[in-house]
Design a protein around this ligand. Structure first.
Ligand SMILES: *Cc1c(COP(=O)(O)O)cnc(C)c1O
Length: 304
């Protein structure tokens, strides 16, 4: 198999840990070639669909999933079409084009772009979903295999939730490594809290709109599997403000010299903030999911 993702570093954060108290371990998915964990699942799905005979990949995401699909297609020599809504930033468009994917800009929101992409599916095409596909979860799960191989068994795992693909993959990895009683802290920003609202309602719910700068968390409804996991595993839902997420990005930039999106800052805000959901935990694993669609200038603007 072609190696599309890399084995990422696992680093103990001096800045986020409390000496003699809590150690915070960073799984540095921000270091993946296309800049986020997405390449694990998207790459695995693309390789699997290629082996099944796919001749083109279709994806509807103006964010890191579209960038990962474009990257995977270029590396595998398979043409890629990415349909994005008009709201997609110029930077994300550039990154998709830079990977030589065909970019189609259509519609006011993800829903319209996704509908066009679905209507374009022809024989030989594989549709790459940004979060709701078991192949994606299987690919994401590999990051936990890598942590388990180091011998670390954390007392909690902190991660961000958009549509819940990362959550499903991490939980799959945790279960196949025997971490069945390690709680997961699922973090969202206010205005993109479709998982928190699903847990409160007892079923998945559709948000009327997304109202957060953490656009990579902006799934109006989470995957059913993500909700189902909450019935089978201890999942603590936490919602933070956009401000806290951006502040955590700025701190992370200073302390670890790495730029991440507010979508990732949400998890960092909880992991590095002595949050009550982590009380009593000696070792905390935080998935530094990354993201490339926010520039330093944009982060500074949000922070001020
Ligand atoms: C996609 C993404 C998320 C959310 O992942 P889901 O699988 O949709 O829950 C979080 N952070 C970044 C940087 C992402 O690209």
């Amino acid at each position: 198999m072609t190696f599309l993702h890399i084995e990422t570093p696992l680093i103990e954060s001096g800045a986020m840990s409390v000496p003699g108290g809590q150690s915070v371990w960073l799984k540095m998915e921000a270091m993946q070639p296309p800049g986020s964990f997405k390449i694990r699942g998207v790459g695995f799905a693309c390789e699997t669909y290629l082996a099944r005979g796919a001749t083109r990949f279709l994806c509807a995401s103006g964010g890191n999933a579209g960038i990962a699909a474009a990257y995977a297609g270029r590396r595998l020599g398979v043409p890629v079409v990415v349909v994005v809504p008009e709201t997609t930033t110029e930077r994300a468009r550039q990154l998709i084009r830079r990977e030589r994917a065909e970019l189609i800009v259509h519609g006011a929101s993800f829903q319209e772009a996704n509908a066009l992409a679905e209507s374009m599916v022809a024989p030989g095409d594989a549709f790459i979903h940004p979060f709701d596909d078991p192949l994606l979860w299987q690919g994401h799960a590999g990051m936990i295999d890598e942590v388990a191989r180091t011998g670390l068994v954390p007392d909690a795992v902190v991660l961000s939730v958009g549509g819940g693909g990362l959550l499903c993959g991490v939980l799959e990895g945790m279960h196949r490594n025997g971490w069945t009683d390690v709680p997961v802290v699922a973090v969202e920003t206010a205005g993109a809290d479709s998982y928190a609202q699903a847990l409160a309602a007892g079923r998945t719910v559709e948000l009327p709109r997304i109202d957060s700068i953490a656009t990579s968390l902006g799934a109006r409804r989470v995957a059913e599997r993500a909700f189902d996991w909450s019935q089978q595993h201890v999942v603590r839902s936490v919602v933070v403000s956009d401000f806290a997420a951006v502040a955590a990005c700025m701190r992370f930039m200073d302390e670890h010299r790495v730029v991440v999106e507010p979508a990732c800052g949400a998890a960092l805000a909880v992991a590095g903030g002595a949050h009550p959901s982590l009380a009593g935990c000696k070792n905390v694993l935080v998935i530094v999911c990354g993201g490339v669609t926010a520039t330093v200038a944009q982060l500074q603007k949000w922070a001020s």
